[in-house]
Write a protein that binds this ligand. Structure first.
Ligand code: SAH
Length: 204
């Protein structure tokens, strides 16, 4: 079933075989609530705890492809959620730091990921708008919730040559890639439209 999912994502336009290979390895069914397990290998987003969603596999692949990570890269994820995207990044050999603002999800995923053998460098309960200055700079940063604007700290926490992939917009988001070209120079590229749960500012 996972192989079929990968084939459908490939048909949908994802070309990076290392990314497809990582998706092929992560047991997505373990990341879903039991009521949705039958849908684990359907290319759709699904509800997880705390009114959040596990992203659609195609979207995970799309964002991961844009990151162009290499083994050993230091990556920051904003929006740990179920931990699925985090596991895909770990499969690619990266050192992942991931921030989640919902305590319930943070606790659940912090226990769950190591249990199935995925060890992030650090899972953090906090506000992703601030990034993680104490661990910066990062080779890449991925935001997995819809951001109403691009948080400045995320741009400033990129290495020169580093990449930020962030869906920007309110109801519908434009997938946006920033590449840091120099201390103050950024290149911006825009891709298609996506729909994410919102990147929220204050904690519950
Ligand atoms: N990457 C996740 C997708 C989760 S959906 C996965 O693979 O399952 C987006 C997540 O972003 C939600 O869990 C939500 O709680 C979280 N989030 C929203 N605003 C945030 C913020 N300011 N800081 C950190 N996480 C945030």
């Amino acid at each position: 079933m996972r192989q079929q999912l990968v084939d459908s994502i490939r048909k949908h336009g994802i070309k990076d075989e290392t990314v497809l290979n990582a998706i092929n390895k992560v047991p997505r069914h373990l990341f879903m609530d039991s009521g949705f397990i039958d849908h684990a290998y359907v290319d759709k987003a699904f509800p997880i705890a705390a009114d959040q969603t596990i992203s659609q596999p195609y979207t995970v692949a799309f964002q991961t492809e844009l990151l162009q990570v290499k083994s050993g890269h230091k990556v920051l994820e904003i929006g740990t959620g179920s931990g699925y995207q985090c596991a895909v990044l770990i499969e690619l050999g990266t050192k992942v730091y991931s921030i989640e603002r919902q305590q319930q999800l943070f606790k659940k995923t912090s226990k769950f990921l190591p249990k199935i053998g995925y060890r992030a460098k650090k899972l953090i309960f906090g506000d992703g708008y601030k990034g993680l200055p104490e661990e910066a700079p990062f080779d890449s940063i991925i935001v997995t919730a819809g951001a109403p604007f691009v948080p400045k700290p995320l741009l400033s926490q990129l290495k020169v040559g580093g990449r930020l992939v962030i869906p920007v917009g309110d109801d519908v988001q434009t997938m946006t890639l920033f590449i840091r070209k120099g201390p103050k120079e950024f290149e911006k590229h825009e891709f298609g439209k996506f729909r994410f749960v919102p990147l929220l500012e204050d904690k519950n």
